[in-house]
Design a protein. Sequence first.
Length: 94
Amino acid sequence: MSDLYGVIKRPLVTEKNAVLNEQNKYCFEVAKQATKIDIARAAELLFKVKVVGVNTTGMKAKKKRVGARIGMTKSSKKAIVTLAAGHQIDIYGS
């Protein structure tokens, strides 16, 4: 991708990801067409950290029901970014 600022959409903040943060791993929702190299470059550029590895997975859409209506959630792509020792990202803004 040519636009590295559009690669990382948002951080995924869950209890499981909070445990990963202790291991220097951070989880982000990324653009579907983004490659691991694009994700690593974007993380290094945006957060000024050293990326050691990137794991990606596709999240399929799921059926959801609200009252009588049945719909689908959106499908997306998730990336787990592993940082070098001594580097960290302040996701919570503290």
